[in-house]
Design a protein around this ligand. Sequence first.
Ligand SMILES: [Zn+2]
Length: 59
Amino acid sequence: MNGYSADLKQVCGCSWAATGSTADEVVSKTKAHAKEMHNMMEVPAEIVQKLQAAIRPTM
Ligand SMILES: [Zn+2]
């Protein structure tokens, strides 16, 4: 299955990987995670930057 994933250990320190069929899906799942797990109503630009850097295509 082709898609994208981001290891959140590099983003917010959680041992969880966000996955999705598009990079946008990974971003939105990570934002939902940040909201639920870290009470971040707005994801800081710093976290978004780390997230963009952590997104990798999966084979
Ligand atoms: Zn987290």
